[in-house]
Write a protein that binds this ligand. Sequence first.
Ligand code: BGC
Length: 942
Amino acid sequence: MKTRCLGALLLGALFSNNFNAFAQAPKPVYLDAAQPVEVRVEDLLSRLTLAEKISIVHADSKFTTAAIPRLNIPRRWLDDGPHGVREDIGPDTWQPAGRTDDFSTAMPSGICLGATWNPDLGFKEGEVIGQEARWRGKDIMLGPGVNILRTPLCGRNFEYLGEDPFLSGVMCSGYIRGEQSQDISSCVKHFALNNQEYQRGSINVEVDERALREIYLPAFKAAVQSGGVWSVMGAYNQLRGQHCCHNDYLLNKILKDEWGFQGLVMSDWDGTHDTQQAGLNGLDLEMGTETNYANFYLAQPYLKGLQSGEFSMAGLDEKVRRNLRVMIATHVLDTDRKKGSFNTAAHQTVARQVAEEGIVLLKNENHALPLAAAKLKTIAVIGENATRLHAHGGDSSGIKAFYEITPLQGLVNRVGTNVNIIYSEGYRKGGGADLAERAVAAAKSADVVIYIGGLNHDRGFDCEGADRADMKLPYGQDELIQKIVAANPKTIVVLEGTMVEMDAWLDQVPALLQGWYPGMEGGNALARVLFGDVNPSGKLPATFPKKLSDTPAAMFGASAYPGTNGTVTYAEGLLVGYRWFDTKNIEPQFPFGFGLSYTTFKYSDLKLVPATNGTVTAQFAIENTGQLAGAEVAQLYVHQKNPALMRPEKELKGFRKVFLKPGEKQSISIPLDKAAFAYYDDTQQAWVTPEDDFEILIGSSSRDLRLRDHWHFAGSPKPGHAKVFNLYPPYYAFKNNWSGREIGWHPGTGDAPQWTASFDFATNSLYGYPASARGWHYGWNPTGDDLFPKKLSDISSLPCNFSYDCGGDDLHGDFAYDIFLRRDDRKAEPQLEVMVWGANNSTPIGQIISTNILEADGTAFDLWAGTNAAAGYYVYSFAPHQKGDKLAGGGGLNVDLMDFFGQLKGRENFSSEMYLDVVEAGFEIVRGTGWATCGWFSCEAN
Ligand code: BGC
């Protein structure tokens, strides 16, 4: 390694200004795809000049960053967004570039994807967008959007995944994995609390810590820890007085330190406001709308600060490193990068499937639907949205679609010439009474009316940059629907857009469908649902209130929404969406999770199967008791009986979508981990899993609960410490190119291995081994593959001792354990719990930021060790693991344990006993490998 680094340096020095010579030189390490990501990152970083580094952390046009030709670094292309690949603009203007090759498959909007409750479709949608993004030469796609629907009025609700953090987290993780499988980085947005468009660029959000942690952050956390997202976009608004694009608490403390995010944080466009904060508070890439790119906060002003010593070079390196890591992880510098594809039949099918599964049947009296084409002579299609194109609207999420099947076109496609379709517009912005009269006449002359109305993407409705003024249907549609249904009672109402008040006509119409913005195949999807080719299976991802004044943000007055004097206070705290309606006993129009089917489902046989660590799996059966094949989304909610702190009446903690033929019965298992019972205690600043009785509620919606049982959760298990043993990571001076001295991890060489300790893991042997033997420090898959044949059947403890003394200088440090386990047996639902304790066993030091177990289907995800963002510490691993790694047998688990010792900062020395306590529950590791790592520390001159 020493030799290689030296060689690289020499090469860099010799050829840094000579591209031809460089091209003839042996392949540099950073261009060698066989090398681990981190090695390539460090190698490339070491070759960059200061000016080049600066060019990497800010834009050079609306959607690009500069190329560095001498190092073969191409221009990086970013693009919106969540619903497809936006048309090209600019480079220095928001006007379309006028190209003819920038069309894209237009997917249904985010809220429609949320309504599918189908994570596999999330994956497929992400995959399609990733493929088209690659085809269009993009590198980072600006989506998905996962801000929580706090008020029905937010202009961007249509882009997001609904009101529930758990649902949003699951759905966005699938999307991200799909998109990133195509060598594209997703960019989850807008982090965080961008829950309104009103004054979005400046509004200051005051939210209590519990609501922040339990409601507004979990989807982002899932994007990072379960989706493995490589980029995060900061939000325009402020949190507690500091803009989110450079909010120290959100970006440094939570995102990077606590959650271990190793990718890059970019600003929203013009969301950066201050050089010092941009330099220090976790922003890695500044994007914007101004065109003097050299004036960006992270351009010349930052450079000046670096030169004057206001900012450390290590801080810059950390930003650059994160950018490079995303480039390398997405294979930007590799020859075999995925090329993508566009507008394939498969893409169109996914667009249609998402729409079909996202459309929600809200009412269906006397089997008004599905329609039987053979029995119909004339259908009156009424409503502007029957012919209106939506895909291009909404602002940044708009798509220049290859084509867009409107509802009217979809119906014509479906019935052909067998049924007469008459169309009447009915309403329009600024339209007169004659429109309504003609529509009524059309309704009278038809066997059935399909009314297609709702909202659209005009500013002030479902559109970025402004909120809605109310929840009313615009353009006199309330009156129009009443007139139409009076003329023809067989009126099926289809609403596009987001939620509206419906009391004026709901009880008069026999059937109602929520169609959202269903993308370019939406018309076909809708027709297939209306005629029963597809059985609707969408469920509301957000509560539909009867009226705006029932919603929490409205009940607490202007300070709670839209805010007063530049601040909005989330006075409802945790009680967002159904948490509010259920806890306060307010009847919604349609509850969260609600959606009908053309068939019926019977739930039965609930059994709560305990795991040995005190958690539980709910097992039950669902049977299709009707005549048609269909899908049901079984939802699991948890209700705590005697909470010490207020808790919402119930909370979604699991769901499964099952497809069943008539008469088919399937058993379902939904495991609940500790997190399903936990709440965030702001006095302890920690997640707490209380001992208490819980009700496990299972049903077809949040208010249609079919099965229930009690569960006593015994609380967090007490750690049981076993043998003590010492593990001393070798002292190693490595790349001393920042201000301090560094000790700790090193990639390892033959003569200086990363670490060589072997240690006793309770009665089983878990071995450490020199990284050099495996190449870099990836510990996965050692020869023989069976270093770790063991049963984790006992409480086990993995302790280790450290001590570091900085001799008067300041200590900084991070610490992590990663354990990778592989199992062959997928039958059981595994739970593994780990606690890290320090200071002679009594006081927890730092915070364990992750004890989650991630299913890694097909790919091993290497999870990360700590890094101290501000100080620019070396990071030793990054997801995903070696490309192409496959888990043999039934699949694998990664257990990612991280403990970040923010508190070490500023101390002179540190010594502690550490214990890693493992509590096995319900699974057996038949064969597996494992490795544990200890972190690294550094001293910095104070
Ligand atoms: C939006 C982002 C979008 C960006 C680039 C901003 O105004 O808030 O969601 O990705 O523009 O178009």
